[in-house]
Design a protein around this ligand. Structure first.
Ligand SMILES: [Zn+2]
Length: 295
């Protein structure tokens, strides 16, 4: 299934749009979507905020926003032809009118399910004006509420994976030894993530939940054909997120840095002896991993 939802009125394009102007591609684990639809693109993990809900949850929220806006529109109103949920570092909402009949909208992920925004959005679509200042306030409020850690939906990511090949705890202990101060990375919980992704879905090889100190690796990594240093690198990357946590929105803006993969993070990550080789391996075999993850 392609990562988009289409009905007779709406097309939800890519779930998260990567804006190279605002989020330059940096070394990071890739978050790929398969090229099954021209609207589906390839994204880097750094375009996906650590705290953002999974793509499925995001798509549900975007669909809900469209339905609610639709329900509030008078019959004479223009339709919304495209809604793009954005994940740019600087949150924004734009509404444009490519022709007289339709609107296209770009809405930051932090605000998609905000009821007040839904009302303002519907008002704008009905020709009632775009309440710029109020929307700005909602975006600011949303950024503060989610903080650096976010609102990840735990229930959606429960794993049923039975370990076959890799001892996660051993990988974790080994990865720790590459930190300049290994103690700073101790005490984390390491588990396998949810197994299945859908065809055309995205693959996140590792994640860290800062609120609970839990690292999850994707079960596709539990395979004898994957070099051990690749698995350890993914683990190390996530440990680095714990040691060098995300910046706040304002810190990142002030320094012109990526909020999650900021300079201090990248410096720490670069200490892993085979970081470059591991990243190259992942880039080379990501399609294979994706196929296995779907199977
Ligand atoms: Zn990362």
């Amino acid at each position: 299934m392609p990562a988009c939802v289409a009905s007779n009125r709406y097309n939800i394009g890519s779930v998260i749009e990567f804006d190279p102007q605002l989020s330059p591609v940096q070394l990071s684990l890739p978050l790929y979507t398969a090229p099954v639809d021209r609207r589906v693109r390839i994204y880097r993990e750094n375009a996906w905020p650590e705290g953002a809900p999974s793509p499925d949850v995001m798509r549900t929220r975007a669909t809900r926003l469209l339905r609610r806006a639709d329900a509030g529109l008078p019959a004479t109103a223009r339709s919304l032809s495209r809604l793009v949920v954005t994940a740019n570092r600087i949150p924004s909402v734009t509404l444009s009118r490519p022709d007289d009949r339709v609107y296209t909208a770009r809405v930051h992920w932090t605000i998609v399910d905000d009821p007040e925004f839904t009302a303002l959005f519907t008002r704008a679509l009905s020709g009632g004006g775009f309440m710029r200042t109020r929307i700005r306030e909602l975006l600011d409020r949303a950024s503060q509420r989610i903080g650096p850690l976010g609102i990840y939906d735990a229930a959606a990511t429960k794993s049923s994976h039975e370990p076959r090949h890799i001892d996660l705890e051993a990988v974790y202990q080994s990865a720790l030894t590459h930190l300049p101060q290994p103690d700073r990375g101790r005490g984390l919980k390491v588990t396998w993530g949810r197994k299945a992704i859908r065809k055309g879905g995205s693959l996140r090889l590792g994640s860290l939940r800062n609120t609970t100190g839990e690292i999850r690796l994707h079960p596709v990594l539990d395979d004898a054909t994957i070099p051990p240093f690749v698995v350890e690198y993914v683990m190390y990357h996530e440990i680095c997120h714990w040691v060098a946590p995300p910046l706040t929105e304002s810190e990142a803006r002030r320094n012109g840095e990526h909020r999650v993969h900021h300079r201090a993070f990248r410096a720490l990550e670069a200490l892993y002896p085979k970081a470059g080789v591991a990243q190259a391996w992942i880039d080379k075999y990501i399609d294979t991993l994706l196929r296995r993850a779907v199977a």
